[in-house]
Design a protein around this ligand. Structure first.
Ligand SMILES: [Fe+2]
Length: 289
């Protein structure tokens, strides 16, 4: 087995609804724990792909706005996010563009991009006392799983330099099939008046099986194959919240990652059918101090 003791862990976080910023949950506690651990190990920065920003045609973009605004977060009081200071990492952003171009991507900076809650909700939860230097990578709107695996693979070497790579999306995330009644009537996003439906339970389990039973290149194959799962389209009406799982598989699916399996660390169901699973791939215990 190849050594992986110089590589930072990688995370796939299901950010859920905006209420995951406004309400407490075991997932939020876990995000904070991951942030504390990252700071304790002096990460150089965060590199994150979210689920709300996709570039058109053949392009992938990197956020290069030195003073980004925040898109508002529906249903959440502005006091929970308005004063949080974003910390865009210009130097690493430009470096990511170079790395992506060297890997054959049509990569470019986007100097006008404002940050969206898919990424800064996670950053606030992980790092409530201050955002580390952060680089946001867009998706590509063709939503080709293999393209997004290749994006993660291209940026994987940054794990050897102390960068934390994160995918922010959703394990089961279909807004059309959520049960919105208790949320609209009572602002209760965690209400669970009935069990989740079978398709949601089935896909949630398939995702867990895929990432906990495969490592290295097999992880990449298993995660991309999930998009052919019979319940995939029920679990994801659109592909946007699943692309960062591909990015993660690229970032932690090299030959050198053999033996590094995903681990389900926390999970929060919302709106009856949305499963916010939080996965870690690798740990600081095996990374360089
Ligand atoms: Fe989202």
């Amino acid at each position: 087995m190849a050594s992986n003791n110089l590589l930072t862990p990688v995370y796939f976080f299901s950010h859920g609804s905006t209420m995951m910023l406004g309400e407490e949950s075991s997932s939020a506690q876990y995000w904070k724990q991951c942030g504390d651990e990252a700071l304790a190990h002096n990460i150089k920065g965060v590199i994150i792909m979210g689920a709300h920003w996709a570039a058109l045609n053949d392009v992938v973009q990197v956020a290069t706005n030195p003073k980004p605004d925040k898109s508002p977060v529906a249903y959440v009081h502005p006091s929970k996010y308005a004063n949080y200071k974003l910390n865009p990492d210009m130097r690493t952003g430009n470096r990511c563009i170079d790395m992506l171009r060297a890997a054959g991507f049509e990569a470019e900076g986007n100097p006008g991009f404002n940050w969206i809650h898919d990424t800064y909700l996670i950053l606030i939860r992980m790092f409530p006392n201050g955002c580390p230097p952060t680089t946001i990578i867009s998706m590509n709107a063709r939503y080709d799983p293999h393209y997004h695996v290749a994006l993660g693979a291209a940026l994987r070497p940054l794990r050897k330099e102390g960068y934390l790579l994160i995918g922010s999306g959703g394990a089961v995330h279909n807004l059309y099939r959520n049960v919105w009644g208790p949320m609209l009537a009572y602002r209760d996003n965690f209400a669970q008046q009935t069990p989740p439906e079978d398709w949601a339970l089935e896909f949630r389990q398939s995702f867990q099986d895929a990432v906990e039973s495969n490592s290295g290149p097999r992880l990449r194959r298993a995660v991309t194959r999930l998009m052919k799962h019979p319940q995939y389209r029920d679990a994801h009406a659109t592909d946007d919240h699943f692309m960062s799982a591909m990015f993660v598989a690229g970032a932690v699916g090299d030959d050198e990652d053999e033996g590094t399996y995903g681990q389900l660390k926390a999970e929060t169901w919302e709106l009856t059918n949305m499963c916010n699973s939080q996965y870690a791939f690798g740990s600081w215990a095996t990374a360089a101090a």
